[in-house]
Design a protein around this ligand. Structure first.
Ligand SMILES: Nc1ncnc2c1ncn2[C@@H]1O[C@H](COP(=O)(O)OP(=O)(O)OP(=O)(O)O)[C@@H](O)[C@H]1O
Ligand SMILES: O=P(O)(O)OC[C@H]1O[C@H](OP(=O)(O)OP(=O)(O)O)[C@H](O)[C@@H]1O
Length: 208
């Protein structure tokens, strides 16, 4: 059987994903969160795991540098790539939302300034509603933008709601639920069907 390359998102969902892989029979003995290593093999050498920045996982899979990937739906949507999304690992559960100061209105008459780590998602969302937006791409601390008058609203992830609450913002619109997904390169699925299907089957058997 051919070894399958899996791009795994670093960050808060990595530990949970490694635990699911272990339950499914893929044990990465030398993986630990503090390691600086970026390539790991499971003990049976069925999976070569490459440990990459969460936002880059869809790119590795799209380019075929990885056959499969484990990434947040947020980063998959933002990447705008043509992949198969075959499993929901139900980790990293949160949602996309539009948030702003409590008196902020969203209407069709003015151009809305939107700050986001996800400019493509934000633009697509407002375009579908027929609202013209100016998008400002930020890389973090997005909640600051409406507070200091740099943007009218933000499009960001909300989990507990603590970050928006502690900064005096409120959810204006819920957009969609986010969780960690298994994605597959289309060409890899055609050429390594058996290996990929076997991994999916084993993962499925340990997910509720
Ligand atoms: N507050 C959150 N609650 C739950 N899941 C989250 C939350 N923030 C992000 N996630 C999910 O976890 C994934 C990884 O997020 P994480 O913050 O670890 O990486 P990141 O956004 O790339 O940050 P960094 O650049 O600091 O590594 C995200 O793509 C998203 O799907
Ligand atoms: O609803 P909450 O539970 O507060 O979680 C939401 C926060 O988590 C993420 O930020 P992250 O922690 O990745 O920090 P960042 O600002 O550096 O992106 C997200 O961008 C929100 O700011």
């Amino acid at each position: 059987m051919e070894c399958i390359t899996l791009a795994l998102a670093k960050g808060r969902t990595a530990k949970g994903a490694i635990a699911i892989l272990k339950r499914a029979g893929f044990h990465f003995a030398d993986f630990h969160e503090k390691s600086r290593k970026l390539v790991f093999y499971d003990t049976k050498k069925q999976i070569k795991l490459i440990f990459v920045k969460a936002v880059d996982v869809p790119t590795y899979v799209d380019k075929g540098a990885a056959d499969i990937g484990i990434a947040g739906k947020d980063n998959i949507m933002e990447a705008q790539v043509d992949l198969y999304e075959l499993l929901d690992l139900k980790l990293g559960k949160c949602k996309f939302a539009v948030a702003g100061l409590p008196d902020q209105k969203i209407d069709h008459t003015t151009v809305l300034t939107v700050a986001s780590k996800y400019p493509n998602v934000a633009e697509h969302y407002f375009e579908q509603k027929g609202i013209t937006v100016d998008t400002i791409k930020l890389n973090g601390s997005v909640e600051l933008a409406p507070l200091i008058g740099m943007a009218d609203v933000i499009v960001d992830i909300v989990e507990t709601g603590n970050t928006i609450n502690e900064n005096g913002l409120t959810i204006i619109e819920d957009m969609e639920p986010i969780s960690t997904r298994l994605i597959v390169n289309k060409a890899s699925f055609a050429t390594k069907t058996k290996e990929i299907q076997q991994i999916i089957k084993k993962l499925e058997s340990v997910l509720e």
